[in-house]
Design a protein around this ligand. Structure first.
Ligand code: MLT
Length: 309
């Protein structure tokens, strides 16, 4: 009997066992210390400056963004990079919706304030009166949300916001024809990015990080926004020019910036909420991404089929 091929898979991040268990154990070896791997499985680990062994035939990204992988260099070597668009979209959408409420109701400063109060119940209630005034918020129905980028996540956010009673304007430079507008009919199509920025009270960014989208939100675009706009960034930190957003917050032009990306510049800044890149961190999303990417790797390594690169 001919000896069966053993595929070696190097995992650079922890990947859900729901995915890893799909590798048939008799034909696959997986681990963090694999030498001469046939494929690499990665989540957010930054591979941009790593030397990727010549033995690697494919890279699987358990997630949508591939900006942590040298995709062009790999493609030039004939190495496909697989990703999992949509597999974690619901998780990101839920965190975006949570953040709309968080920002609208000033929950972060309100929680900090409540945690700092001292005294007996009577004293706490007296101090709470001050908090009630300081952290009074706004409600979402009737408010306008601008969604920039209408891929899997942007579409879910837009359609859900409509169900919350918000008005939604969408813009995606790639969707130029009306027939591709596969969104709730109530989501209005902005004529341009500028149009969206001018009319939105909340702005949520859902474009991939490319040369053309780096600092998409900058001094000039912020100037077009409404007074006291709330900006949410669950795509990539570098889509927003942090100096510009901090200046706009200091000038009282932007009310709150919510970013799912930790950054030294944003640390401890007033009216800035940062999260530790939590968008896709749910049990369901981690399982979905791992299953999808592992199936793609198996199909490629064993059958040469290429999907979602
Ligand atoms: C993504 O691009 O889908 C996210 O970065 C996923 C993750 O958190 O790994």
């Amino acid at each position: 009997m001919p000896e069966q091929q053993l595929f070696k898979i190097l995992t650079l991040n922890s990947i859900s066992s729901h995915g890893l268990n799909r590798f048939p154990a008799e034909r696959y070896q997986t681990g963090h210390d694999i030498e001469q791997p046939d494929a690499i499985l990665v989540r957010s680990h930054n591979m941009l400056n790593s030397v990727i062994p010549e033995s690697v035939k494919a890279i699987g990204r358990a997630g949508a963004g591939t900006n942590n992988i040298p995709v062009d260099a790999m493609n030039a070597r004939g190495v496909p990079v697989f990703n999992t668009p949509g597999a974690n979209a619901n998780a990101v959408k839920e965190l975006v919706l949570a953040s709309l409420f968080l920002a609208a109701r000033n929950l972060v400063p309100a929680l900090q304030f409540a945690g700092s109060l001292q005294g007996d119940d009577a004293a706490l209630n007296k101090q709470a009166e001050d908090g009630k005034k300081r952290f009074s918020g706004i409600e979402l129905p009737g408010r306008t949300l601008g969604v920039i980028g209408l891929g899997e996540i942007g579409r879910l956010v837009a359609n859900s916001a409509i169900r919350l009673g918000m008005k939604v304007i969408g813009f995606d430079p790639k969707i130029t024809v009306e027939s591709a507008w596969s969104l709730s009919a109530e989501v209005k199509k902005a004529n341009s990015l500028e149009d969206l920025l001018r009319h939105s009270e909340f702005i949520s960014v859902h474009v991939p990080l490319l040369d053309s989208t780096r600092h998409l939100i900058n001094n000039a675009s912020i100037q077009l926004m409404k007074h006291h706009a709330i900006v949410l960034n669950f795509s990539r930190g570098a889509i927003v020019d942090e100096d510009a957003i901090l200046q706009a917050i200091a000038a009282n032009k932007i009310k709150t910036y919510v970013s799912d990306f930790p950054s030294e510049k944003l640390q401890h800044q007033k009216n800035v909420i940062t999260l530790p890149h939590l968008g896709a961190s749910t049990t369901e999303a981690e399982d979905n991404c791992a299953v999808m990417v592992v199936d793609q790797l198996i199909d490629y390594l064993e059958n040469g089929n290429i999907t979602n690169t």
